[in-house]
Every structure is written in structure tokens, then in C-alpha cells.
Ligand binder design. Structure first.
Ligand SMILES: CSC[C@H]1O[C@H](OP(=O)(O)O)[C@H](O)[C@@H]1O
Ligand SMILES: Nc1ncnc2[nH]cnc12
Length: 326
């Protein structure tokens, strides 16, 4: 399990430091060494600052493939990603929190967004629900309870626009995103969420609103100083959320473990709990039917590389199985 955030959140409270690890993945090193820490129960979590420990990595240069691959290699099954976001709605004030349900991609294609990119293996992950529905649904109660104690609102079912940056939006863009149905805006949720899906890690975003972006005609357009004003208070609340929720989440996952069956994954219909599936971590097994059938034209080295994130499909004997035709 990991909590991963750049802006404002560089450490977590109520945890016992265990060690730092810095795995070299086939996609390079993560943004920073990953902190392994223990919860009160002894359960270990991994924490990674996506912009680096000294905030030296801009959004477009975050090594997201290495970050997600490194977390997967450590056994992480669920990511709680924190992000400072702009609000595109009057009723979502700076200081509010949200668990978004949808994403509009306004990145510009400069961020590597797939583990399969540049390999001879083709895969099309289902991404209609970009956040883990099971994880988001589970998080609502515990996160709301923590936020109530701090008079902080929680919004559900919102749509976040992910822009390239590093400059903020123009006023015209900000107005347009509202017309498109955007409620929130950041520069970090993609390709992180896509890569987590490809690695079959359940991913949820805890969005913390810092500003009103630039759509309000009578108000000044957002500046980094506006963001920083709200950032520290939000980060304190975010730390409390993480400290409270991680222990409970671990217990919930232990009680409802993924079995890796993946039947019906990626389909949007209501899925009953059957065949050993986990409702909480329903992404496990989801790539089984997303990867194009094994072919002799696929490069063996590429398959070895992909085994780093998906050993079930690409390593050992299983790697010789045509995963798409069972
Ligand atoms: C300093 S405002 C823009 C910056 O803040 C957010 O970072 P993070 O998601 O890591 O909290 C946003 O996505 C931008 O990268
Ligand atoms: N207004 C904004 N636009 C993009 N990313 C942000 N992160 C925080 N506020 C933001």
C-alpha cells in the first residue's frame, strides 16, 4: 500500500520508519527513494514523493513508469495518491477534499503513458473508470469521518482535468474546462492512474483544493503563491487522513483479498462478488484480457521487461501462455 504525493506532503505522521529503498526498474529510478514505514499494527506501507524529496521534478518530468513499477515491485496493491488541485466550481472551495471519479486528459503526449510503449507487446487497458471504484467507494466513509473532525468538506463523483503545465491555464481554457464538465484541475494524475491500471494496482486520488484556478471573471487568475497559501493546511489534514485510513484499509484488504481471477474485469456492468473476486481491489486480474495474444514476433526481452510489473502474465511458464485466449 502506498501514499504518493508531491506538493506539500513529504512525510507521514504516526508511522515507524523502517528503511529507504531505491529500486532500479526497467524504466529507471523512481522520483526519490521510497520510504518504507510501519503502521501501529506492524503493517508496512510505502511512501513516495512524486516531485522528489526537494520538489525538484516538474509535473511533465515525473518518472511515473519507474514510480509505479517500483511500487509494484515492493508488493504495493493499492495507491492513495494525494494531489493539490484547482477548483473549477464555486461550491468546491480551497481547503475542500474530493475523491474524483473521472478524468479529462489534457496532457500533451510528452509523458510516457504506457508500460507497453516501445515494446513489441500491445495492450489496451480498460480505463472507462480511471479510479478504482472499489477503493474509492471504500474510502468515502473513513475519509469523511476524518474530515468531519476538521470541518472539511468531501466531494464525490467529480471530474478532474489533468493539464500539461507547468504554466497554469489561461482564463479561456479554465472556462472551457468547466463547459466540458471538469470540476477540478491538476498536472499530476496522468499518466499515474493509467500506469497503475496497467500494473493492476488499485488507485484512488485524494484531491485537496488549493485555489479557484482562473475561470472567475472578477477575480485574479491563480498563481503559485495562491496554491502555497492553502497547501500547508491541506497537507496537515491529508496526513491525518493517511494516518487514520491506512490501518483500516489494510484490515479491509486482508478481509477481502484479491484472487487474481479477473473475470469480467474492465466491463462496466454491476459485478457481483463471485469466483473469489475482491470488491475492494478489483483491478487484480484486469489486464488478462487487455494484452494482445502472445506471438512469435514479440521480443523475448520485452516480455522479460513487462514481467517486472506483470509477472503473472510474462514470467516463467505463465509467460509462455497465450494470456488472451483462455
Ligand atoms: C504548485 S501547483 C501545481 C502542481 O501542484 C500539483 O502537484 P501534486 O499533484 O503533486 O500535488 C499539481 O498537480 C501540479 O503539479
Ligand atoms: N489551478 C491549478 N491548475 C493546475 N494544477 C493545480 N494544482 C493546484 N492548483 C492547480
Amino acid at each position: 500500500m502506498a501514499s504518493d504525493k508531491g506538493n506539500g506532503l513529504y512525510h507521514l505522521d504516526n508511522l515507524t520508519f523502517v528503511k529507504h529503498v531505491n529500486p532500479e526498474t526497467p524504466w529507471g529510478f523512481p522520483s526519490a527513494p521510497i520510504t518504507i514505514a510501519a503502521l501501529a499494527s506492524g503493517t508496512q506501507i510505502a511512501f513516495l514523493a512524486r516531485h522528489g524529496t526537494g520538489h525538484t521534478i516538474p509535473p511533465s518530468s515525473v518518472p511515473s513508469r519507474a514510480n509505479i513499477a517500483a511500487l509494484k515491485s515492493l508488493g504495493v496493491r493499492a495507491i492513495l495518491a494525494f494531489s493539490a488541485v484547482g477548483s473549477l466550481r464555486e461550491d468546491i472551495p480551497p481547503g475542500a477534499f474530493a475523491l474524483p471519479a473521472q478524468i479529462i486528459d489534457r496532457t500533451k503526449g510528452v509523458r510516457p503513458a504506457s508500460f507497453f510503449e516501445g515494446t513489441s507487446v500491445v495492450a489496451h487497458a480498460a480505463f472507462g473508470d480511471p479510479f478504482s471504484r472499489g477503493l474509492v467507494k471504500w474510502l468515502e466513509g473513513p475519509v469523511r469521518r476524518v474530515l468531519q473532525g476538521r470541518q472539511t468538506e468531501l466531494f464525490m463523483d467529480k471530474c478532474i482535468v489533468c493539464m500539461e503545465g507547468p504554466q497554469f491555464s489561461t482564463r479561456a481554457e479554465s472556462v472551457m474546462y468547466r463547459q466540458w464538465g471538469g470540476d477540478l484541475i491538476n498536472m499530476s494524475v496522468l499518466p499515474e492512474a493509467k500506469l497503475a491500471r496497467e500494473a493492476e494496482i488499485s488507485y484512488a486520488l485524494i484531491a485537496t483544493a488549493t485555489d479557484y484556478d482562473s475561470w472567475r471573471p472578477q477575480e485574479a487568475a491563480v498563481t503559485a503563491a495562491d496554491v502555497l497559501k492553502t497547501l500547508q493546511a491541506n497537507a496537515d489534514t491529508a496526513r491525518l487522513v493517511a494516518a487514520t485510513v491506512l490501518e483500516e484499509l489494510h484490515l479491509a484488504i486482508s478481509a477481502d483479498p484479491p484472487q487474481g481471477q479477473g473475470e469480467g474485469q474492465g466491463q462496466q456492468g454491476e459485478k457481483g462478488k463471485g469466483k473469489g473476486e475482491s470488491l475492494l481491489l478489483e483491478e487484480v486480474g484486469s489486464m488478462r484480457f487487455s494484452i494482445m495474444p502472445r506471438s512469435e514476433k514479440q521480443n523475448v526481452e520485452d516480455r522479460k521487461k513487462l514481467a517486472y510489473i506483470l509477472p503473472e502474465y510474462f514470467a516463467g511458464e505463465e509467460g509462455n501462455v497465450n494470456v488472451n485466449t483462455e
